[in-house]
Each structure stands twice: as C-alpha cells, then as structure tokens.
Design a protein around this ligand. Structure first.
Ligand code: HAM
Length: 416
C-alpha cells in the first residue's frame, strides 16, 4: 500500500489549524463589516464551466476526470465561475448588489514549489450586479482592509484590462485572440505577442507604469478615444483610492492568468515570499455571469491565496494570539479518579479547556505532562483534600500550589 501524501498537498497539525482558524475568523470579521454573506458550492463541476473563460493557463492545470456516466468533471481550480453559475439559480432573487464570500480549497495541477500547491485554499469575495467605479474601489478597499486587519505589509498593483482589450479591438483583434494576447502578456511571452500585434502603441502602453502612468498613457492614446474612456475609468478608481488613502501603483502591462476579466484588475504582493509572492488577485468580469446564467449582470471580485496569507504572517513575524490556557486535572491516586472525572466535567461546562489524565499515569508523570503541554494549572484531586471539599491548585509556571475549595475553582481560574 502506498501511504505517501500526494505531491503538492499538505496535512495540517492542530497548531497549524489554530493559526489558520485565527486568520479565517479575522477575514470573516472584515467580510461581515462590508456586509458580505458566505456561500459554498461543490468541489467538482462540469469541466466546461472552467474551460470556457478561465484561460489557457488554468485549462492546462485542471484535475479532470470522467464520472461513471462518462461526463467530464473537474475539481474546481477557482471559484468565480462557480459563483457566476450559482448566481443563475440560488442568488438571482437576492437584492442587488449581491455580495458573497467563500473559503474553500482549490485544485490546480501545477508544478509544486514554495507557496505553490496543488491543493490550496482561497478566501474570495464576489460583488455581482453593479458596474460603478465605487464598486471597483470598494472591492479594493475590502482587500486592503483584510490585510490591514492582519497587519500584513503589502503592495497593490492596479490596471484596467478594458484599456488593452479596447485597444486590441481597435487594432482589429477579436475577443478570442485578445484572450490569447492577454495570456501571452501574463506569461511575458513577447515573441508570441509580436506575431499577433503589430502596432507599437500596444507595446508602448504595456510599458507604462508608476507615477503619472495615467497622464503618460493619455499622451500615447490621442487617436483612440474609446480606449481613453477606459483609461478615465481607471483614473476615477485611482482618485477614489487616493481619497481613501490607499497606496497603489499602476502598471498597464499587468495581465491576469484568467480570461474573464474585462475591466479593473489588481494583484497584491508581499515582498520576501519568493517567486510566488502574489497573495491576492482579482478584477472586474462583466460577461461571465451572463455566460453561465443568462443574466446580464456585471461583477467584480478577488481571492486571497489563504496559504500565502499565512506565510506572509509568519514571514513578517506577526503574532497570533496564544491558545487559551489549559487546565490539567490530575487524580492523586486511583481512588480519586472518579471525582477528577467529575471536576473536569464541571469545568468543561464552564468552557475551560480541560485535559484529564486518560492514561492512568502516576501523579508525578501527569504533572510532567502538564508542564510539557504548557498547561497553566494542574488541579490535583486527592482524597485527603476532598474530605474538606477541596483540591490542590498548582500554578505550573510559578511551581506554587495551594488548597482551594472546589466551589471556588471557577472564580479563581477566571481571575487568572
Ligand atoms: P488567481 O489569481 O488565479 O485568481 O488566484 C487567486 C490567488 O490564489 C492568487 O493570488 C494566489 O495567492 C492564490 N493561488 C493561486 N494558485 C495557487 C497555488 N497553486 N498555490 C497556492 N496559492 C495559489 C482567481 O482564482 C480568481 N478566481 C480571483 C477572482 C475572484 N477574480 C474575481 N473574483
């Protein structure tokens, strides 16, 4: 039997899960503040759902299989397509804009490396039913707020695919070819790009980034009023970010691996995470919901690579609150085991984190165990003290102990 774990997958220990739960709960808090509600959808879907508009890159990295009826299925490589599909059924009657978030594992058959897994988690947000610059800006604010909540230093890069798409259309390049051009741009495959696009204005525009990017681009696009309209959209988003005091940099050469984006796009990176330092990505996708639900609803959203968020926390040495203190209940002898059981039960009812010796160990061994798991207290239950309704409370750090009444235990433990 092969008992190895598959490449690109991980197991998580209780301590790792504790850290993950902490981050998850912080992200949920921020989602709540922006009034987003949680959704969930199946782990596998028809392959087509992700083939149609997710892009060349993703299509080549899917876990595809046939079910017993010969239908082609896949493990979801991302969730925006699932939410767009779901909009047509379960979300269509909700008040607009529909604001949903999800926390779920995704599967991509990529070459595993540091921070790149075959099974990884995304914490994502989708805002469906509006195409205003305020909605673009609010989504960016939400992403940044999540990172601020966790205290993660980051950099935000912004662009607008409408600029490139409209320019390409003006240059006579149709939508499916545009998708290919954008995929090449994402992979920085300039040779391939040069085979398709012949005009220098495209290549000049791709190089525009940093301070005064919008002014620079405006200068280059004099003969392309329709493209300038898209640039103006980016300019409005940028001023909304300025007024919210959000730092960003514009890079018109940015593209995203997924083919459904139509407008504003962005990526958030954390320096020092190595080659895979993009912890968040997203943008506006105004045609996807219509494609899967028949309902013409614009949308915008993003997803955090949850695992990378955790890595960023660790790298930036951001502390996660310690686990609540553990109390170990230790019977002093076999005769007091029953009473120890009872005391442990009472404390658990009051929500203390209680560990009871389950291995019939001698008192000295139980105390060693308590100090090895960094328990704050041990409660030693012995017949002599029990006769007076008492137990011995031992402070494991101070190595001090005193007799206390059983009925006072709760008060004393809370007070410490
Ligand atoms: P994405 O950029 O493909 O976008 O993925 C979002 C994030 O997932 C990335 O920024 C990265 O942090 C993380 N990620 C991607 N692949 C891996 C991997 N192999 N291992 C670890 N983390 C990874 C999307 O998936 C879009 N659905 C985002 C979106 C939502 N756009 C609009 N709405």
């Amino acid at each position: 039997m092969n008992a190895e774990r598959l490449r690109g997958t991980r197991d998580f220990t209780p301590e790792e899960m504790r850290r993950r739960h902490f981050v998850e709960s912080k992200l949920r808090e921020v989602a709540g503040r922006f009034n987003y509600g949680e959704v969930l959808f199946p782990l596998f879907e028809y392959t087509q759902l992700f083939q149609l508009k997710s892009g060349e890159e993703l299509a080549g990295h899917m876990y595809v299989f046939e079910d017993k009826s010969g239908r082609s299925m896949c493990l979801r490589p991302e969730a925006t397509a699932s939410v767009a599909r779901m909009f047509g059924t379960s979300l269509r009657n909700m008040q607009k804009p529909v604001k949903v978030y999800y926390y779920a594992p995704m599967y991509r058959y990529e070459e595993p490396q540091k921070n790149r897994y075959r099974e990884f988690w995304q914490f994502g947000f989708e805002l469906i039913g509006t195409n205003t610059r305020e909605s673009d800006a609010e989504v960016l604010l939400l992403a940044v707020d999540c990172l601020k909540e966790l205290g993660i230093e980051h950099s935000l890069e912004l662009s607008h695919l409408g600029i490139l798409r409209t320019l390409l259309a003006e240059l006579g390049i149709d939508e499916s070819q545009q998708d290919h051009v954008i995929a090449c741009l994402d992979r920085k495959n300039i040779n391939e790009l040069k085979k398709i696009v012949k005009d220098n204005v495209f290549f000049d525009l791709m190089e525009v980034r940093g301070d005064k990017a919008i002014e620079k681009a405006r200068g280059m696009l004099k003969g392309y009023p329709k493209v300038v309209e898209k640039l103006d959209e980016l300019s409005v988003i940028a001023s909304l970010l300025d007024s919210a005091k959000i730092k960003y940099s514009i890079n018109l050469g940015m593209a995203r691996g997924l083919a459904y984006y139509t407008g504003m796009i962005f990526e958030i990176r954390v320096l020092g995470l190595g080659a895979q330092n993009q912890i968040c990505g997203g943008g506006r996708y105004d045609n996807l919901v219509k494609l899967f639900s028949g309902l013409d609803e614009p949308a915008v959203g993003f997803a955090f690579g949850f695992d990378r968020v955790l890595d960023a926390l660790e790298m930036q040495k951001i502390e996660i609150p310690e686990q609540e203190k553990v109390v170990v209940v230790a019977p002093a002898s076999m005769d007091s085991r029953e009473k120890a059981f009872e005391i442990a039960g009472q404390l658990r009812k009051k929500n203390f984190r209680v560990d009871l010796d389950l291995m019939n160990r001698k008192l000295a061994r139980v105390l060693e165990y308590a100090s090895s798991i960094k328990a704050k207290y041990a409660i030693i239950v012995g017949l002599k003290e029990l006769k007076e309704g008492k137990v011995v409370l031992r402070d494991m750090n101070r190595k001090e102990q005193k007799e206390v009444k059983i009925q006072d235990l709760e008060k004393i433990l809370i007070g410490n």
